[in-house]
Design a protein around this ligand. Structure first.
Ligand code: SDX
Length: 431
C-alpha cells in the first residue's frame, strides 16, 4: 500500500496517492485532484512536475549521476559506441552480436534519402541555418514514405525500420544541410563506412577526394553523439512526447524536438558558448569582465554552458567531455585559446559565490563546442550534432508512449488571468 499525501483545502482534508520510482524518487499523484477538489496545480517551468514515468534514463542531479537503462554514462563513454548505445536506449538492453549487426545493417540500408529530396535542398537560401533545414527536411523526408503518411499508431510491425530510417537519415540530412548552406556538392554515404565515419565523409569529402578519417576524430565525434543520446524529460524530449501523445508519426514528433532543441537555453547553448568565448577572446578580456556581466541581470549576458535545471552538482557529461577535449587537442597537436578561456571561466566561476550559491556548474554544452571546433565542425552545425546525438532518446520516449496502451494526449490546464466577461463594441463606438 503506497503512502498517502494529505491535502487540506477549504476546511476539508483530501488524500492523494503517492508513488516511488525504482531509484527512490517520490511523487504525489494529482490525477484526481481537479475532480475531487476543483483545484489544479501550477508549476512555472515544470520544475516540480513529473509528466510521466519512464524507464529510459535516470539522473540524480545532486550526485551528478546519469545512467542510460541503468548503465552509468562513464562506462558507456569508455566502452560503447553511439550506435550500440542508441540500441540500448531504444530497446532497453545492450544488443548481442546478431542484434547489433542487424541494427547496423538496417542503418546502412536506410541511409539514402529519396533522390527528389535534392530539390527541397535547392529551395533553401545559402546561409540558411542548418537547424531550420534539419527540422523541415525530416518532415519532407516523411512525405516520400507511404508508411509514415499512413501511420498506424501502435500497429507498427515495421517500427524498427522507421527507427533506423530516422537515425540514419537525420545524419544524411544534416550533412546535406551543411553542404547546401556552403554551396558545396552533396556527397553520398558509403556503404562500407560506419555511422560516424559516414557523417564526416558526407560533411567534408569532395567529389575528387575523400576526407581523411583520423581515428581520434571519429572517436571524439562518436563520443559527443553518445553523451547527448538521452537526458530524461528535457525541453526537447518533452516536446517530442507532447507531439507523440497526439499519435502523430515518429518523424513529425522528432522534427518538433529539433525545433525545441534549437533554443540557446537548451541545445543551442553549445553554439552560444563558442560565440561567447570568441567574443571574450576578441575583446581582450581574460574572462573576468564577462563573469561580472553574467552576474548582472541587467547585462543580458549569461555564462552560457553553465547551470542546469536538474544538475546541482557537476554534469557528468561535462567532466567526460573536458577530459576528451584535452586528449583530442593533444592528439591533433592543436592549442586553442578558447579552451584556455573556458578553463579560466570555469575556475573563476567555481570560486565565485554567485555561481556557488546558485549551484551553477558547467553543463554538457560548456566544452562540447571546443571538441567540435577542434575536429572541424563549423559552429552553426553544433546544435545539429546535438540533434543527431539526441535522436535515440527522442525515439525511445516516443516508443514509451506508443507502447503504453493507456497513454493519453498531453493537455495541461491553466489558470486564466485575463479579462472577465465583457461584450462586443461596434467600431464606430470604439475610442
Ligand atoms: C541543456 O534539461 C536538460 O536536461 C537539458 C540538457 C539535455 O541534455 O537535454 O542537459 C541540455 O540544455 C543544457 C543547458 C544549456 N543551456 C545553457 O548553458 C544556457 C545557460 N544556462 C541557463 O540559461 C540556465 O542555467 C538553464 C536554462 C540551463 C537552467 O535554467 P533554470 O533551471 O530555469 O534556472 P534559472 O534560470 O531559474 O536560474 C536560477 C538562478 C537565476 O538567478 P536568480 O534569479 O536566482 O538570482 O541562476 C541564475 C539565474 O539568473 N543563472 C545564471 C545562469 N544560469 C542560471 N546566471 C548566469 N549564467 C547562467 N548560465
Amino acid at each position: 500500500m503506497s503512502k498517502e499525501a494529505k491535502l487540506e483545502l477549504d476546511g476539508k482534508v483530501y488524500s492523494l496517492p503517492t508513488l516511488t520510482g525504482s531509484e527512490g524518487e517520490k511523487a504525489v499523484d494529482v490525477s484526481t485532484l481537479r475532480a475531487t477538489t476543483n483545484y489544479i496545480t501550477i508549476d512555472d517551468g515544470y520544475g516540480n512536475t513529473g509528466s510521466c514515468a519512464s524507464k529510459v534514463t535516470f539522473i540524480d542531479g545532486d550526485q551528478g549521476i546519469l545512467r542510460y537503462r541503468g548503465i552509468p554514462i562513464e562506462e558507456l563513454a569508455e566502452k560503447s559506441t553511439f550506435v550500440e548505445t542508441a540500441y540500448l536506449i531504444i530497446y532497453g538492453e545492450l544488443p548481442n552480436a546478431v542484434e547489433l549487426k542487424r541494427f547496423s545493417d538496417l542503418l546502412g540500408t536506410h541511409q539514402f534519402l529519396h533522390e527528389d529530396m535534392k530539390y527541397h535542398f535547392e529551395g533553401f537560401p545559402t546561409g540558411a541555418h542548418p537547424m531550420a533545414i534539419l527540422s523541415s527536411m525530416i518532415n519532407a523526408a516523411s512525405c516520400f514514405d507511404e508508411g509514415l503518411m499512413k501511420w498506424q499508431w501502435g500497429k507498427m510491425k515495421q517500427f524498427d525500420v522507421y527507427v533506423a530510417k530516422l537515425i540514419s537519415q537525420v545524419r544524411t540530412i544534416a550533412a546535406y544541410s551543411y553542404r547546401k548552406s556552403h554551396g558545396l556538392p552533396l556527397i553520398y554515404p558509403k556503404q562500407n563506412y560506419k555511422y560516424t565515419e559516414n557523417f564526416l565523409h558526407m560533411l567534408f569529402s569532395m567529389p575528387y577526394e575523400d576526407f581523411q578519417l583520423k581515428p581520434e576524430v571519429v572517436k571524439a565525434l562518436d563520443l559527443i553523439f553518445l553523451l547527448h543520446a538521452d537526458h530524461e524529460q528535457n525541453c526537447s524530449t518533452s516536446t517530442v512526447r507532447m507531439v507523440a501523445s497526439s499519435q502523430a508519426n515518429l518523424f513529425a514528433s522528432c522534427a518538433a524536438g529539433v525545433c525545441a532543441l534549437w533554443g540557446p537555453l537548451h541545445g543551442g547553448a553549445n553554439q552560444a558558448v563558442l560565440e561567447m568565448l570568441a567574443d571574450i577572446h576578441n575583446s581582450g578580456d581574460d574572462g573576468s569582465k564577462f563573469i561580472t556581466a553574467s552576474k548582472d541581470k541587467n547585462s543580458g549576458k549569461k555564462l552560457m554552458g553553465f547551470g542546469h535545471r536538474v544538475y546541482k552538482n557537476h554534469d557528468p557529461r561535462a567532466t567526460i567531455i573536458k577530459k576528451a577535449c584535452d586528449d583530442v587537442l593533444a592528439k591533433l597537436h592543436i592549442t586553442d585559446p578558447l579552451l584556455d578561456i573556458a578553463k579560466k571561466l570555469e575556475e573563476a566561476a567555481l570560486k565565485d559565490s554567485y555561481f556557488v550559491e546558485r549551484k551553477l556548474y558547467p553543463n554538457v554544452d560548456f566544452y562540447s563546442g571546443i571538441i567540435m571546433r577542434a575536429i572541424g565542425i563549423p559552429v552553426e552545425m553544433f546544435t545539429v550534432i546535438f540533434a543527431i546525438g539526441r535522436m535515440p532518446g527522442w525515439i525511445a520516449n516516443y516508443k514509451e508512449i506508443m507502447d503504453e496502451p493507456k497513454s493519453r494526449i498531453y493537455r495541461p490546464r491553466q489558470i486564466y488571468t485575463g479579462k472577465t466577461v465583457n461584450h462586443y463594441v461596434d467600431l464606430e463606438a470604439r475610442k
